[in-house]
Design a protein around this ligand. Sequence first.
Ligand SMILES: *[C@@H]1O[C@H](CO)[C@@H](O)[C@H](O)[C@H]1NC(C)=O
Ligand SMILES: *[C@@H]1O[C@H](CO)[C@@H](O)[C@H](O)[C@H]1NC(C)=O
Length: 419
Amino acid sequence: MAKYVSASLAILLLTLSLVAATTADDPSHSELSSKISEHSLSYSPQAQHFPNERLYRAYLVIQRFKSSITSDPKNITTTWSGSDICGKTRYAGFHCAITPGRAKILTVTAIVFNGFGLRAPRLHSFIDQLPDVVIFQASSNNFGGDIPHLDGLEYMYKLSMYDDLHDQYSETKTTIGGNVGIGRLFQLTYKVGINFGHSNGRALLLNRNSLSGPLPANLGISKLSYLALANNKLTGPIPSSIGQAKDSLLELLLLNNQLSGCLPHELGMLTKTTVIDAGKNQLTGPIPQSFSCLSSVEQLNLGENRLYGQVPDALCKLGRLANLTLAGNYFSSVGPACSALVKDGVLDVKRNCIPGLANQRAPAECASFMSQPKASCPAASAPVSCPAEAAADAKKMAPEGRAAAKDYASYVTYATLHE
Ligand SMILES: *[C@@H]1O[C@H](CO)[C@@H](O)[C@H](O)[C@H]1NC(C)=O
Ligand SMILES: *[C@@H]1O[C@H](CO)[C@@H](O)[C@H](O)[C@H]1NC(C)=O
């Protein structure tokens, strides 16, 4: 792991030095940017003032977004002017890198707006128009509207996000710390490396905004590795197309929204996902049998919803499961494997309707819930054959090999929840 981490960092540093070289080797470019910053108030840069057409297009998109911002308490957007998008002192929150592979184009690859306090009615026509952005992180802003429809990435990226600052990073940190460029990412609690590899990946981290409307149906094809949308106002069901994200999605955080409907069968097909958190919503129906295919899941939170029925016992046999939270629902029974997890403190089923267990709802409350009309969730009981990888993984796992729960903050999405 350590070796892999430093290799990625080397590539990241290489990328940074390429960026630096591009800027330094090009006297016309630096002359131009000082000219432009002198005149930034009265001067609109033209296509020929940008290192390439992609950055010019990014400029137009950023300016349009800037004009839609209705509140900017820290005067961030005053830095968003001129043609030097990738410069060190301009365009706070935007980060550039050279595209991987043969193309080698300097382009905007990351946007980090955490705590900027920006308010805008929507994100449409912004991140969806910046096709090279692999990280969009904007916790605690005031972005409204629904989730922009993201298409697949044009270039191949491998997105790696690391937690906690190891010694090997301190040198890196001093080398590039203080830059407004990618250096700023290193001051977060985790680091981001973008390099090219076999898999595409993208992170959309938008906890604590004012996003509303349903999750887009094409969520699955947008090659997301990390999706964090906790504490927004999203409505409607979790789309079944989420299953298409099975090759990329590592963490999914939908905590504290107003999502409703049945849990889709396809959610159980996410065999690489380690975190699924849809707690504090209005989801209903039973847990689909397919959840027994979640062979990588470590943290599964479906607490504080309107789920009912039997907790599938096969779910409680998943070897990587370290924390299963189902508290505050209306489940009526658990099998032997789940009972064992309750005893071990891995499964929390407080405030349900399970006879014989402590801390359950009052029988009258359970009876009243069960007498209400219910949505039908036929897919939940559909027989399931897990994807081959999941079945192979499950075989490898000995029951005594259950891992202790990792530190909450070591998950990218949970770490961003506290920013
Ligand atoms: C932002 O700019 C306005 C007007 O120029 C100024 O009054 C205000 O103090 C600035 N705020 C910050 C946080 O710099
Ligand atoms: C388990 O998950 C729940 C819900 O996310 C969380 O509140 C709790 O702190 C977690 N427990 C541990 C030991 O990580």
